[in-house]
Design a protein around this ligand. Structure first.
Ligand code: SAM
Ligand code: DTB
Ligand code: SF4
Length: 336
């Protein structure tokens, strides 16, 4: 039974267990609700890099920080489609296009992104976008174009949000998630740890995600990649124990959700990543770059899959969006 009525105290109690107890509990939930050993492989492409007007303190693409990221306008369609084809040929089943926009505008660039969505969808990939805030109408257009999933992270707790970002509010973020959900697009939303937040903030963010009207179909857990020039450049790196607590708690709270071990893998030995898979992570980004920072390439991940006996998960297209909703829709996926 999926629950969206978790109390903050319940989440706290799960999160603060001794770490090995927590991982064991999450592994049991994982075994019950997911196919263990199967990991979804997604690939990212920054289709529009840098020059963003927002002030997200972690982000190398914010125009106001001088990070050395090479900004570029929206890539040509053909270049994006060729990158998607390469990702597919390398075994990726989901292709996510990111743009350093505050929000989508109804202009020619958006029309071009809609075309890219259609073309990538035609390749047989699950197509995902992360373009900043969208309204209901824009979400509907993305859906019509063939968008499968939309990524829009809460990033941290509501309480900590204004310490990290001042150019928009937590409610703006939640509104976009509502628009995406309403359009029937699969929701991908998670956060970052290592921003200087407390355990309370981490618990509160997981509580918010797990008590949305329906669980997000995917929850990325990012470790901050500290980038020179951003206000968070000198943050200490997060430890594997912190990642494990986040991943395991997310797995227990949202048993059917894909939990993604996202940014931060470049610095993690295979042994640490293995613990994350044990704790319930079942999705990764593969390919030598995330959006602007390095990431393990397909060959490195192929080797890791061989070492750990993991298999890439098939495309998700036959799973109904909203399968993580309580009750009726859940019954659709039981035994699937
Ligand atoms: N501009 C859009 C937005 O903010 O929603 C989409 C692109 S934005 C770069 C996507 C996500 O990347 C952010 O929400 C954040 O979670 C993550 N991210 C950005 N910089 C990061 C960093 N240095 N380390 C880890 N995650 C990061
Ligand atoms: C997510 O949660 N993490 C990805 C994806 N969604 C868009 C982005 C990570 C970006 C890390 C910093 C960079 O490469 O620019
Ligand atoms: Fe812009 Fe997104 Fe980076 Fe924030 S996270 S500065 S909105 S690209």
């Amino acid at each position: 039974m999926l629950r969206t009525d978790w109390t903050l105290d319940e989440v706290k109690a799960i999160y603060h267990q001794p770490v090995l107890e927590l991982v064991a509990q999450a592994a049991a939930v994982h075994k019950e609700h997911q196919t263990t050993g199967e990991v979804q492989v997604c690939t990212l492409l920054s289709v529009k890099t840098g020059g963003c007007p927002e002030d997200c303190a972690y982000c190398p693409q914010a125009a106001r920080y001088h990070t050395g990221v090479q900004a570029h306008k929206l890539l040509p369609d053909a270049e994006v489609i060729a990158a998607a084809q390469r990702a597919k040929d390398s075994g990726s089943t989901r292709f996510c296009m990111g743009a350093a926009w505050r929000e989508v505008r109804d202009n020619r660039d958006f029309d071009r992104v809609l075309n890219m969505v259609t073309e990538v969808n035609n390749l047989g990939l699950e197509v995902c976008c992360t373009l900043g805030m969208v309204n209901e109408y824009q979400a509907e257009r993305l859906k019509q174009a063939g968008l499968y999933a939309y990524n829009h992270n809460l990033d941290t707790s509501a309480e900590n949000y204004s310490n990290i970002i001042t150019t928009r509010t937590y409610d703006d973020r939640l509104d976009t998630l509502e628009h995406v959900r309403k359009a029937g697009i699969s929701v991908c939303s998670g956060g970052i740890i290592g921003l200087g937040e407390t355990d309370e903030d981490r618990v509160a963010m997981l509580h918010t995600l797990a008590t949305l009207p329906a669980h997000p179909e995917s929850v990325p857990v990012n470790a901050l990649v500290p980038v020179q020039g951003t206000p968070l450049a000198d943050q200490p790196r997060v430890s594997v124990w912190e990642m494990l607590r986040m991943i395991a708690t997310a797995r227990i709270l949202m048993p059917k959700t894909m939990v993604r071990l996202s940014a931060g893998r470049q610095e993690m030995p295979v042994s640490e990543q293995a613990l994350c898979f044990l704790a319930g992570a079942n999705s990764i980004f593969s390919g030598e770059k995330l959006l602007t920072t390095p990431n393990p390439d397909f060959d490195a991940d192929k080797q890791m899959f061989a070492t750990l006996g993991l298999t890439p998960r098939k495309s998700f297209k036959d799973v109904p969006v909203g399968a993580t909703v309580l009750g009726k829709a859940e019954a659709i996926t039981v035994g699937a």
